[in-house]
Design a binder for this molecule. Structure first.
Ligand code: KIV
Length: 286
């Protein structure tokens, strides 16, 4: 089984074959996602919200990301793993950005990193690419800018904003990204951007004209309860399945239906006879 590389993804764009991307944050999910044949697995900082329950992605730290990346790495054999650089891990200086991006590859086992931002991040992208790190860009609704955006809002709805996004995509391509995530922008604009750059675009809430699609796995599985963005298609109701399983377990323990004899370990009769002779029959202490 050939591992997916940045060249595989570029060739897919050139063939017009849609690139399939999902997020994963732990070993069992990464194993199943990889076995399903997706091309890229994003260890997204969305884990701050869907796994750790934060309001947004801002509290996510490098150490959290590295730990989750390592777990994902152990489950993945084929897909390309992208580690998402968290808030303030790449904005302070080029040196910080290089040190943290390198940690994703050296400690986390990621194949590439993603960072948010367009033209203003081009210099950072260039610095990382120059030291041999594959970088994915991310423009449109960049969740780490939730404070400046005043919430999670669709981007690129005016001529000026659309022009800015096109310039962002071109600047990132020029700086050497291998791919660009387009989040929450009008479908027609995302199609135009996808046709304007040579590198593959990966859409989330950006319509069918992107070169690939990504969803947050917890959204796809129905495991995130707080809100469901318009662009999410839910493929399962795992929350319902889990709730029912937990409820049945609770009932079984209360009614002593669990554990049943098949869940118990036995002890040879002659050993038990000796134990009983020494300690009694296990009746409650007086
Ligand atoms: O953190 C994340 O999961 C992401 C995707 C939504 C693209 O950045």
């Amino acid at each position: 089984m050939d591992r997916v590389t940045v060249h595989t993804l570029q060739a897919m764009k050139e063939r017009g074959e849609p690139i399939v991307v999902l997020t994963a944050y732990d070993y069992p999910t990464a194993l199943l996602v990889d076995q399903s044949g997706v091309d890229m697995i994003l260890v997204g900082d969305s884990l701050g919200m869907v796994v750790h329950g934060f309001e947004n992605t801002l509290p996510v730290t490098m150490d959290m990301m590295i730990l989750h990346c390592q777990a994902v790495r152990r489950g993945v054999r084929r897909a390309l793993i992208v580690g998402d650089m968290p808030f303030m891990s790449y904005q302070l200086s080029l040196e910080e950005a290089k040190r943290n991006a390198a940690r994703f590859l050296a400690e986390g086992g990621a194949d590439a990193v993603k960072l948010e931002g367009g033209q203003h991040m081009a210099e950072t992208v260039r610095a990382l690419v120059e030291i041999g790190i594959a970088v994915q860009g991310h423009i449109g609704l960049t969740p780490q800018s939730v404070s400046a955006f005043g919430g999670f809002k669709t981007q690129g709805r005016t001529v000026e904003a659309a022009r800015h996004l096109l310039d962002d995509a071109r600047a990132l391509e020029e700086a050497g990204v291998f791919s660009i995530v387009l989040e929450a922008i009008p479908a027609r604009l995302a199609t135009l951007i996808s046709r304007s750059v040579r590198v593959p675009t990966i859409g989330i809430g950006a319509g069918a004209g992107c070169d690939g699609q990504v969803l947050v796995t917890h959204d796809l599985l129905g495991l995130f309860d707080r809100f469901r963005p318009k662009f999410v298609k839910q493929y399962a109701d795992l929350a319902g399945t889990m709730r029912e399983a937990f409820e049945r377990y609770r009932q079984d323990v209360r009614s002593r239906a669990f554990p049943a004899p098949e869940h118990e370990f036995s002890i040879p009769d002659e050993v038990w006879t000796e134990i009983e002779a020494e300690f009694g029959g296990g009746s409650p202490q007086e």
